[in-house]
Ligand binder design. Structure first.
Ligand SMILES: *Cc1c(COP(=O)(O)O)cnc(C)c1O
Length: 501
């Protein structure tokens, strides 16, 4: 071990030495380095010109240092192509300006989703309703009765904020909420199945993005995975034969992000509940992207609802708050009261608990579900998923109309039919008919256009199909059309004036 470390160190220092020998400073480099202004000089210039007065001093100093280091590195690596004009104080200050604005920009910021994926995990999944946003703001800026019972003046439980609502909507006996659905699954398994066997069909051992895999979560929870059946077909007798004294749970997992088609067979939740009752073993269903809405009523594919799982008799049902539900990131656990109580008392729960801002957003989102027409109207995820095609076409035409001044020689656009996706591991096989605005710029490839749109503020995220940029208007909000049009106009004009860009 020690010997190896020494030899690696020696090799590194040798390379460094050879490196040094190679890079002897040339006359041209010496000349340029002499002209390179020092940090203090640039800072003095900035201060006499009263620049960046509202920027923290530390940020300005760091930006100056970075710019000078960058210039020095370029002089060292590529002196022949280094233009001396770049060392003038005015030019250096301009570079500092760029560095300062990059340093002051928020790292997490809004963007425009023109991908057509409604619940896009990389782009923040669900947008909150106005009610949820308002509620979050109130609770964030004031003290609240988060864990305080106003009736008794004594300590209360944060879960009670939403428990009644969740039970009212889902028909469940009891409910609780945690940080996300991964936590809900882990906590439930840890409580019910630690040290015991959990029977799962081989067709349901899913991996969700972000390294959530059923076998790994099972291992972490201390449950012992007992796989049954095959990838495409699992029968009731498979579960039956696997049931022993050691069985602690029958688990059904929603195959959120893939479909098995063809010669298939799976065992329904109803059958599992029947088996579980016969053998006194609880049954849990991880719905993943749980929904309270029967989407088949809106012309979409049928997705199992939370209400159905509860009514079928599952003892525990887990689902996400920010997928098809359209609320904040949260994990919701509903089920039989004694089990939910046990889960609440698990010490692990404290580490996975939901915070007050999420709780506020979740409560307001849930309230909308008391009247489904309100939920569809007010919850952006539901609104986008069920949006009629002519509404989407209107947005596409509005964008195209707004682009008309630049359409012609330099830019071609068209409104084309395309398919959006629900995303978030929901309705995986569903393609939602949608309308896209396609862009074809004379002096920019689709890839270059995509990059430039992504570098706007706010960034505009699009997809490329058949060498065309497509902007799916399902996930574009009406008040974003103007911003997109301005960005495209700017990009096209810049490309026209400098095609080398
Ligand atoms: C998405 C999903 C999860 C994880 O939910 P998060 O809210 O992202 O933690 C777990 N199980 C299934 C089946 C899922 O689809």
């Amino acid at each position: 071990m020690t010997v190896l470390q020494v030899s690696v160190y020696e090799r590194q220092s040798q390379t460094r030495m050879t490196g040094n020998r190679k890079t002897e400073i040339t006359g041209k480099q010496q000349e340029l380095l002499k002209r390179l202004p020092g940090v203090d000089l640039v800072l003095d210039t900035i201060s006499t010109r009263k620049l960046f007065t509202d920027i923290p001093k530390s940020v300005v100093t760091a930006a100056v240092r970075n710019v000078i280091n960058q210039l020095r590195a370029e002089i060292m690596s590529n002196p022949e192509y280094f233009a001396e004009t770049r060392l003038s104080p005015a030019t250096v200050v301009e570079c500092v300006r760029d560095a300062v604005s990059a340093a002051m920009a928020l790292n997490l910021d809004r963007l425009i989703n023109a991908t057509g994926v409604v619940v896009h995990t990389n782009l923040g999944r669900s947008l909150l309703s106005n009610d949820a946003l308002g509620h979050m703001k109130t609770v964030a800026g004031h003290y609240s009765n988060l864990e305080f019972d106003l009736a008794t003046g004594k300590r209360g439980l944060r879960y009670t904020v939403v428990e009644d609502l969740i039970c009212e909507i889902s028909g469940a006996e009891a409910a609780m909420v945690v940080n996300n659905n991964a936590a809900a699954v882990l906590l439930s398994l840890d409580t019910v199945a630690r040290g015991r066997e959990v029977i799962v069909s081989r067709g349901e051992l899913v991996e969700i993005g972000g390294s959530f895999r059923i076998p790994d979560v099972m291992a972490k929870s201390g449950g012992i995975l007992k796989e049954v059946g095959t990838t495409n077909r699992t029968h009731r007798f498979d579960y039956q034969n696997a049931l022993t004294e050691e069985t602690g749970l029958l688990l059904k997992v929603h195959t959120s992000n893939f479909g098995i088609v063809g010669f298939t067979k799976s065992v329904s939740l109803a059958e599992l509940v029947e088996l579980g009752r016969e053998h006194h073993v609880p049954v849990m269903e991880d719905l993943g992207s749980g929904t309270f809405t029967d989407f088949s009523r809106y012309g979409l594919l049928k997705e199992p609802t939370v209400q159905e799982s509860v009514a079928t008799g599952a003892d525990i049902v887990t689902f996400s708050g920010d997928k098809l539900l359209g609320g904040p990131q949260a994990g919701i656990i509903v089920g039989k009261a004694p089990l939910i109580q046990q889960i609440q008392k698990n010490p692990l729960n404290r580490a996975l608990r939901i915070d007050k801002l999420t709780l506020a957003a979740l409560e307001s989102t849930l309230r909308a579900y008391r009247d489904e027409s309100l939920a569809i109207r007010d919850i952006p995820t539901l609104r986008m998923l069920t949006c009629p095609i002519d509404k989407i076409a209107e947005k596409a035409e509005a964008l195209q109309a707004r682009l008309s001044p630049v359409i012609g020689e330099s830019l071609e656009t068209a409104v084309v039919d395309a398919a959006s996706r629900a995303g978030g591991g929901a309705l995986p096989l569903l393609e939602l008919p949608s309308k896209c605005v396609s862009l074809c710029a004379k002096s920019l490839s689709a890839k270059a256009m995509e990059t430039r749109l992504r570098n706007q503020r706010p960034p505009i995220i699009v997809r490329i199909e058949n060498d065309r940029v497509l902007m799916d208007m399902r996930t574009v909000q009406s008040d974003e059309i103007e911003t997109i049009a301005e960005a495209i106009t700017r990009i096209v004009n810049e490309a026209e004036h400098d095609p080398s860009l």
